[in-house]
Design a protein around this ligand. Structure first.
Ligand code: NAP
Length: 249
């Protein structure tokens, strides 16, 4: 049976799980791609490459030169540029591409969500008397919150950034999921947090802060996902495996 080369655009638990399943199969060769944002990524089964491709052009060149047969875009729901580039490069050279994106979280009874279109809207959504805010949105999009210098921010990221966050009053807390609701509740109480700002990432690994906010009755500014590119999209690793089987021929 011919081996199919599958590029998995990764950085998520789903991408890692899919790489494991394909690596264990005889007839697939998975190549996982990471952006290289964290210095110490978790080990992945199969071949791994790290770093940007150089836009649509660079990705199209990579796909052709490495004779990739299929692309699974399993990047984070907020990695919109990579998803857009993957769609454009695959369209250009006629490769099948699938978006694997876990479902978003849905507001439950007792949640107090304020939905925001993007990070800028999230910063604007903080009321004028807000003073202590937990920013759990990664390290790349903190700048809009500098427009509210009177707020003390508790900023969580996986590892320290090369430059300190551009926020006059802040404290860093480092951590990589999965997080647990009791510990998250303790963190919010200890830092006297009034608002949580979160991306609607979905999944279990970072849901504990939402549970903790619900339990404490705290409002969450929930940033909506960007629209994925047009094309087939599934929510689970199983469904992605089914799609790959259907596209083998
Ligand atoms: P992005 O804004 O969509 O991508 C910016 C650039 O980074 C891309 O144009 C590409 O560079 C490079 N890149 C991104 N993902 C890549 C991948 N998997 N392999 C190779 N190059 C990649 O993405 P981002 O928000 O910076 O996210 C970067 C990575 O972190 C993604 O893999 C994503 O799954 C993960 N992540 C993101 C978030 C988030 O909230 N954004 C959260 C958790 C994890 P070139 O144009 O040079 O190819």
């Amino acid at each position: 049976m011919t081996t199919r080369h599958v590029l998995i655009l990764g950085g998520t638990c789903e991408a890692a799980a899919l790489a494991g399943r394909l690596h264990a199969a005889d007839d697939y060769h998975p190549v996982s791609s990471l952006a290289g944002r964290t210095g110490n990524p978790r080990p992945l089964p199969g071949e791994v490459r790290i770093g940007g491709f150089g836009g649509v052009e660079g990705l199209a060149e990579f796909l052709s030169s490495r004779r990739i047969d299929m692309v699974i875009d399993a990047t984070h729901p907020f990695a919109a540029t990579m998803s857009r580039n993957a769609a454009a490069a695959c369209d250009r050279i006629g490769l099948p591409r699938l978006r694997l994106e876990r479902p978003p979280w849905v507001q439950q009874a007792n949640d107090r969500w304020i939905e925001a279109e993007d990070v800028h809207a999230a910063a604007r959504a903080l009321p004028s008397d807000a003073r202590r805010v937990f920013l759990s949105i990664g390290r790349q999009e903190l700048a809009p919150f500098a427009a509210r210098p009177e707020i003390h921010y508790l900023v969580r990221m996986i590892e320290p950034a090369t430059k300190p966050p551009p926020l006059p009053r802040h404290e860093l807390v480092l951590g990589r999921g999965p997080f647990h609701a009791e510990a998250e509740q303790g963190l919010l109480v200890r830092h006297r947090i009034e608002f949580v700002v979160s991306k609607n990432s979905g999944g279990d690994a970072t849901y504990a802060k939402i549970l903790a906010a619900r339990h404490l009755g705290l409002p969450v500014i929930m940033i909506k996902r960007p629209e994925p590119p047009v094309g087939p999209c599934v929510e689970t690793v199983e469904a992605a495996l089914g799609w790959l089987r259907r596209h083998r021929t």
